[in-house]
Design a protein around this ligand. Structure first.
Ligand code: NI
Length: 254
């Protein structure tokens, strides 16, 4: 299994990160991708990758919730890091209308600039969107070229929105929300194809049932996979092998 989205470099994991990694490896997890947030998260993210170089993989980008009036300064830093070393993806980037709509124009501009960098470096984008899925799919449709790839992380949209993402040949990240009774995903997940689905946790946030409300961790990826298998009336092994192959295609590991 691959956890395509986890912020395990945050302070919630400071005390027991080695145990967290051990539990994930014991379940057969191969890799955990670490989306960046902003200038404050870079050092911790890179030191975690350095500690577990075959397991933790850093990405680089500016999160939409960190796009403020000074976003250009933040973007210079991202650009500088991209020139200095290899990153597996640009992330996480996108739009968020849930917390604060003040900087939506800047969020869109930052998204466009960072998507161009993904094209330049030929790496995928990790997309965050909240209360803004249709708008962000529109944006990707506008910016897309033959080479641009990416994942809509923490997908909790409709079957129709999933189809639009599949048509873009983008990926759908399913995480803890898929296991929540009130998310409606029990009806959506059986209706979408698995060709573009990848697994994620978004640790430490959005822990799957039965850990809802507690700290999330990469080992819980398997709980998400099991729930998808239940909804689709198939085996856990099937879901794991399909989503792992998809994650490798997303991150160009094959
Ligand atoms: Ni995230």
């Amino acid at each position: 299994m691959i956890d395509t989205h986890a912020h395990i470099y945050l302070e919630q994991f400071k005390e027991d990160i080695d145990d967290v990694i051990t539990r994930a490896k014991e379940l057969g997890m191969e890799k955990v991708y670490l989306p960046n947030i902003d200038r404050t998260s870079i050092d911790n993210m890179l030191s975690l990758e350095e500690r577990y170089p075959d397991f933790c993989v850093a990405t680089m980008g500016l999160h939409p919730c960190s796009v403020k009036a000074d976003f250009e300064k933040e973007l210079y830093l991202v650009e500088d890091w991209l020139g200095k070393r290899y990153f597996a993806a640009i992330g996480e980037i996108g739009t968020d209308l849930y917390w604060d709509k003040t900087f939506i124009d800047q969020q869109i501009e930052a998204f466009k600039i960072q998507t161009q960098w993904a094209k330049d470096y030929k790496i995928p984008i990790i997309i965050h969107c909240r209360e803004s899925l249709d708008m962000t799919i529109d944006l990707v449709e506008e910016l897309r070229d033959e080479s641009l790839k990416g994942v809509f992380h923490c997908f909790n949209g409709t079957v129709e929105q999933a189809r639009r993402i599949e048509e873009l040949d983008f990926f759908i990240g399913l995480g803890g929300v898929s296991t929540f009774k009130n998310s409606g995903m029990n009806e959506v997940i059986p209706e979408i194809t698995m060709n573009n689905v990848v697994l994620e946790t978004d640790s430490p946030y959005l822990a799957p049932v039965p850990h809802r409300g507690k700290r999330n961790e990469p080992a819980y990826t398997q709980l998400v996979a099991q729930k998808i298998a239940d909804y689709r009336e198939t085996s856990l092994e099937n879901i794991i092998s399909e989503t792992t192959a998809n994650a490798k295609r997303l991150f160009q590991l094959t």
